[in-house]
Design a protein around this ligand. Structure first.
Ligand code: GLP
Length: 240
């Protein structure tokens, strides 16, 4: 795994975009794996600005997102589908038909998981963007999740619910379940960029980069990927 430590969040976003832009210029019909959370927002702003300038087009790009809350969907402000529209899709020339997220609104959640797995099996993600949870989770794969997992329903841990409460009016509104790509789905991407910013990620970054490769830190598996890049700012990297 390549490790890049940047002086701040701005440089972290710029480094991530450098890699993404190269892929998009080489392959205008690339398939992107996208993530939510506050960390990739800087990268998404750079993608939008460059698209506006006409440097990069998303007309032939497809995207697959990592996860969605169970019970939230289009029209719900805190849903990940709305997050993606607000922070990226509405600002680039991507066709919404080519954007995919797991369906958190299906009455039969197992069917929704199976459908997403099938879609992913027929796609090849050129670059998967990831953030990291304060407990080392990737997507919503909490500590203890099998490295062989595929799209599944998870009960969110208390830590993740607390961490994500800032996006909701109160902690009671945070859904307790989510539908998430599994770790095997994530590892199938041709390349992976994982981003971490801020001191609250320092323990997770340490565990992912220097700890044991095991299921207690889901992000540690990325060290076995053939083309993964970990970009951390100096605060997130402070315990390395
Ligand atoms: C959520 C998302 C993850 C994300 C994590 C960190 O739990 N499911 O994909 O990496 O939050 O979010 P942030 O970047 O806001 O710290």
């Amino acid at each position: 795994m390549n490790l890049i430590i940047t002086k701040d969040y701005e440089e972290l976003s710029a480094k991530a975009y450098e890699i993404v832009k190269k892929i998009l210029l080489e392959k205008p019909d690339a398939t992107l794996g996208l993530a939510t959370g506050s960390t990739p927002v800087g990268l998404y702003k750079l993608m939008a600005a460059d698209c506006k300038k006409g440097e990069v087009s998303y007309k032939n790009v497809k995207s697959y997102n990592l996860d969605e809350y169970v019970g939230l969907g289009v029209g719900d402000e805190q849903s990940y589908v709305e997050f993606m529209r607000k922070n990226l899709f509405n600002h680039i020339d991507i066709d919404l038909k080519n954007t995919h997220l797991p369906d958190g609104m299906d009455a039969d959640m197992q069917k929704a998981c199976d459908r997403y797995n099938e879609m992913l099996a027929n796609a090849e993600i050129d670059v998967q963007i990831l953030g990291i949870g304060g407990n080392g989770h990737i997507a919503f794969n909490e500590p203890g999740t099998s490295f062989d997992s595929v799209t599944h329903i998870v009960n969110l841990t208390e830590k993740t619910i607390e961490d994500n409460a800032r996006f909701f009016d109160s902690i009671d509104e945070v859904p307790t379940k989510a539908i998430t790509m599994g770790i095997a789905n994530i590892m199938a991407a041709k390349s992976i960029i994982i981003l971490a910013s801020g001191a609250n990620k320092a323990d997770a970054v340490f565990a992912a980069v220097k700890g044991k490769i095991d299921e207690s830190c889901p992000a540690s598996i990325l060290r076995t990927h053939k083309n993964a890049t970990f970009i951390a700012d100096i605060e997130a990297a402070s315990k390395l």
